[in-house]
Design a protein around this ligand. Sequence first.
Ligand code: 5GP
Ligand code: MG
Length: 171
Amino acid sequence: MNKTLLDQQAIQRAISRMCHEIIESAKGTTDLVLAGIKTNGIFIAQRIAEKIAQIENVKIPVIELDISDFRDDMRKTSNNFTIAKNLNNLKVVIVDDVLFTGRTVRAALDCILTNYRPQKIALAVLVDRGHRELPIRADFVGKNIPTSFNERVEVQLSEIDNQDLIQIVSD
Ligand code: 5GP
Ligand code: MG
């Protein structure tokens, strides 16, 4: 059974609100960088950057975080990763589609802090589905969606799925 939670308009509105919150919290856009977690987080980071460009008339840099080497519950396959920008002294907002146990974000923090010393790191997620296993929380949340552990939040984004839709999928 699938239950639609956010349609295209609701996703746009949530991202729009998060943009205003991000700008307000950072007191503008100076030194702001968005770090999208591969893959969906990058699309959402790009959407946030586009919206902030509309609101503030400023282009915020978007970088990609590929954290597959940093997960504590996945086997290391290699040690090479690159962050295509020096993040020292910048205000980094990590962006992902769904926040669950927090292990991916923990890995993203490791990935950044191994190499750089940002002024500040914040977290923006489109969906917080609960069930944290680490002391991590999001600063900017599109929608809190309480789930059971075995449910899954399906995130369809027009960049890959040719429509925007978020729904809970259970067997
Ligand atoms: P965590 O590391 O917090 O347990 O899980 C978050 C990562 O796994 C995110 O990158 C997210 O894309 C993915 N993820 C975890 N749960 C879900 C879910 O219910 N739906 C989707 N679409 N992704 C999830
Ligand atoms: Mg993901």
